[in-house]
Ligand binder design. Structure first.
Ligand SMILES: Cc1cc2nc3c(=O)[nH]c(=O)nc-3n(C[C@H](O)[C@H](O)[C@H](O)COP(=O)(O)OP(=O)(O)OC[C@H]3O[C@@H](n4cnc5c(N)ncnc54)[C@H](O)[C@@H]3O)c2cc1C
Length: 401
């Protein structure tokens, strides 16, 4: 019998477990992920998150203070970030947060919980594992990610239109150890590709809408992007997406190298529609949803780690104050409006503006304008939200260079 049962030891579950257990709450933290199998993720953690929780810097990661941002046409700007962000392998990041939960007194159980056999009882909740094992607790927290079976039961399923898909490859670092961090908006598709170098490998990926997802053309696009990335390491004049003078021999060699070394991964990220933010609840009698399970990810970028941690923190504060139901109001006030704004912006962000993709125009304007570049840097750092973004961009554009 536990006081709080937390299903899912990703960032949201582990952080909530730590915050509750350190004040003496008897917490069970369940995770069914096979040993050593990392969560599919870019692992980018914004400067805003690092500032809010400096202990994240104790996890082994790579600090990034420069970012190459590409428009769909291949035009590029170099963003120098005033405050660095970090890129982690999710194996290292999740293990760090889980260790802290254990040190605070949470009991970690390597068990996959059956969502369909989770039952509300008179005294709380009854959870069942794969081998028929059972656990009881007074309060249930679902932090089991974007496919949360418990969230489906408690708050209802999310349609495909409210899901993003992200997939990619973990690949070796270039041999000359020159590994820039890259974000490239996709030509003719919603979303972007990334190259996030970590300590001992690179995470390449594409994030796009699930309802527009077509596997083969997007996989081809990602392969073009990866080849372009390595090609540029060998020849700085080469283009990212297509080389003006394609050196076929080099491309064949690079492709074979990647085919032999890259590991594929794929997963979903919630991307709630504007109206859903008004209706979807993240808590009820004796239960709460955190992080991806609650739908808390940025619908423009797919960033979810900050919201996983912040929702865990807000839930723990509400619970410890003796009013778990106030979590609903607290997350709405804290970041709910911001995420709803992001979801309103999404169509415009990946749509057209003055006859070209908005992302193309944004990079074109930033090219010659320090103020706009700074706003983009703040957006990447997590300090510039979507509320007020348009005003800030317009004000920067009007200011002298
Ligand atoms: C490809 C990709 C790239 C991304 N890149 C970024 C990025 O660069 N930066 C960023 O901020 N966000 C990124 N995101 C989003 C980010 O990964 C999530 O928002 C974040 O991991 C949410 O944390 P969480 O703790 O809510 O859920 P998760 O990290 O998904 O953790 C859920 C945990 O629950 C466990 N679990 C699931 N079901 C059960 C069960 N039945 N029983 C027991 N345990 C269970 C899982 O094993 C897992 O450990 C990316 C997502 C994807 C898919």
């Amino acid at each position: 019998m536990f006081e709080v049962l937390i299903v899912g030891a990703g960032p949201a579950g582990s952080f909530a477990a730590e915050r509750l257990a350190q004040t003496g709450v008897h917490v069970a933290l369940f995770d069914g992920r096979p040993e050593g199998d990392p969560k599919a993720c870019g692992g980018g953690v914004t400067a805003k998150a690092l500032k809010a929780w400096p202990h994240l810097l104790d996890a082994v990661g790579r600090s990034v203070n420069e970012l190459e941002m590409y428009a769909p046409s291949g035009r590029c700007i170099q963003l120098k970030l005033d405050e660095p962000f970090a890129i982690y392998s999710r194996r290292a990041f999740d293990a760090h947060l889980r260790r802290r939960a254990v040190a605070a007194g949470a009991q970690v159980l390597k068990e996959k919980i059956s969502g369909s056999r989770t039952v509300k009882t008179e005294s709380g909740w009854l959870l069942k594992g794969a081998n028929g094992k059972e656990w009881r607790g007074k309060f249930l927290v679902a932090a089991d990610g974007a496919n949360s079976a418990i969230a489906k039961m408690l708050a209802g399923p999310l349609p495909a239109a409210e899901m993003e898909v992200a997939f990619g490859y973990r690949a070796p670092l270039p041999t000359n150890d020159e590994a820039p961090t890259v974000v490239a908006f996709l030509p003719d598709w919603v979303g972007y590709a990334w190259a996030f170098p970590r300590v001992d490998h690179i995470s390449f990926g594409i994030a796009t809408s699930q309802d527009a997802f077509e596997h083969q053309p997007l996989d081809d696009l990602l392969w073009d992007f990866m080849l372009g990335y390595y090609r540029k390491r060998e020849d700085s004049k080469a283009k990212l997406w297509t080389s003006r003078k394609i050196d076929r021999e080099r491309d064949v060699r690079l492709r074979e190298f990647l085919k032999a070394t890259a590991e594929r991964y794929a997963a979903r990220i919630p991307g709630l529609l504007p109206k859903t933010w008004d209706t979807r609840r993240a808590c009820g009698a004796g239960w709460a949803l955190l992080g991806d399970a609650a739908g808390f990810a940025d619908p423009v970028t797919g960033e979810g780690i900050y919201y996983a941690l912040r929702s865990a923190e807000l839930f723990a504060e509400s619970y410890l104050a003796g009013s778990p139901a106030s979590y609903e109001q607290n997350w709405r006030q804290d970041f709910g409006r911001e995420l709803q704004r992001a979801s309103e912006m999404r169509r415009k962000f990946y749509g057209n503006f003055w006859g070209a993709p908005f992302t193309e125009r944004m990079i074109e304007f930033a090219w010659g304008h320090r103020g706009i570049k700074r706003v983009l840097g703040d957006l990447v750092a997590g300090h510039q939200g979507y509320v007020g973004l348009k005003r800030k961009l317009a004000r920067s554009a009007l200011r002298p260079l």
